[in-house]
Design a protein around this ligand. Structure first.
Ligand code: PGA
Length: 252
């Protein structure tokens, strides 16, 4: 794993956007896995700026989002669909037909729907670069503790901690979804390159357990240790509990 220690959130956002932009310039039809959450917001803003000011072209990029709340329709303001539209897609030129986000209200059999999402990724040729955030419990996507490290897209019940973390995003009167459709750990590990972004003190313990602890379904980001091309970008707060900080920051 390649750990990049960033001075702050702005640097983390710029560096991650730079990696994504370089991948798009190299392969204009990049298959890009995307994440919701507050952490990648700065990266999305920087990519939008590069589109506006530098002509970074997303017209052939194909995107796949990690997850969606079960029960939220695409037009629900707290859905991943709405988040992605507002924070990213409406600022760049990804073709609407190239955007894939799990449906939170699929009609018919849920297992069949999840298998279909997997099949769409496969048919596109797999994900080239997958962006990830990390939860306080070490989750990636909504793969909560106990997720099989071989799991594929499926429904996952959210933990109490994740529900609490999500509460700030919902109005008081709104019910918070208790489950999500999420790519599995196996799905994520199939991506050719993985970029995990971690910012703020609240992520420090989870990040240390993920990078320096044992591989365990209890901290699902630890499964990234099994992948051959993972880059982790962490700001100083998120990196605070890493015991090998000095080694990671050695430029040699
Ligand atoms: P956050 O969420 O970026 O909003 O902190 C990350 C996650 O829970 O995966």
């Amino acid at each position: 794993m390649f750990v990049i220690l960033c001075k702050g959130y702005a640097e983390l956002s710029q560096q991650s956007a730079g990696i994504v932009a370089a991948a798009i310039r190299k392969r204009p039809d990049l298959r890009l896995g995307l994440a919701t959450g507050t952490t990648p917001l700065g990266m999305y803003r920087e990519l939008a700026r590069m589109h506006r000011e530098e002509g970074l072209d997303f017209s052939r990029v194909v995107t796949f989002n990690l997850d969606e709340y079960l029960g939220l329709a695409a037009d629900h303001p707290q859905s991943a669909h709405a988040f992605m539209q507002n924070e990213f897609f409406k600022h760049v030129n990804v073709a609407p037909g190239n955007i894939h986000i799990p449906d939170g209200t699929p009609s018919g059999d849920l297992d069949e729907y999840c298998a279909m999402y997997e099949a769409i990724i496969q048919r596109a040729g797999g994900i080239d670069v997958q962006i990830l955030g990390i939860g306080r419990n070490g989750h990636i996507g909504f793969n909560e503790p106990s997720s099989s490290l071989a799991s594929r897209t499926r429904i996952k019940t959210l933990t109490r901690q994740t529900l609490e973390d999500n509460r700030r995003l919902f109005q008081e009167s709104q019910a918070i979804p208790e489950a999500a459709v999420t790519m599995g750990i196996g799905t994520i590990l199939d991506a050719r390159k993985i970029l995990l972004l971690a910012s703020a003190t609240s992520k420090a313990a989870a990040l240390a357990r993920s990078i320096e602890g044992p591989v365990t379904a209890h901290v699902t980001a630890s499964a990234l240790q099994l992948h051959r091309d993972v880059t982790i970008l962490a700001d100083e707060q998120a990196a605070a509990e890493l015991s090998e900080r000095e080694y990671y920051s050695d430029p040699a």
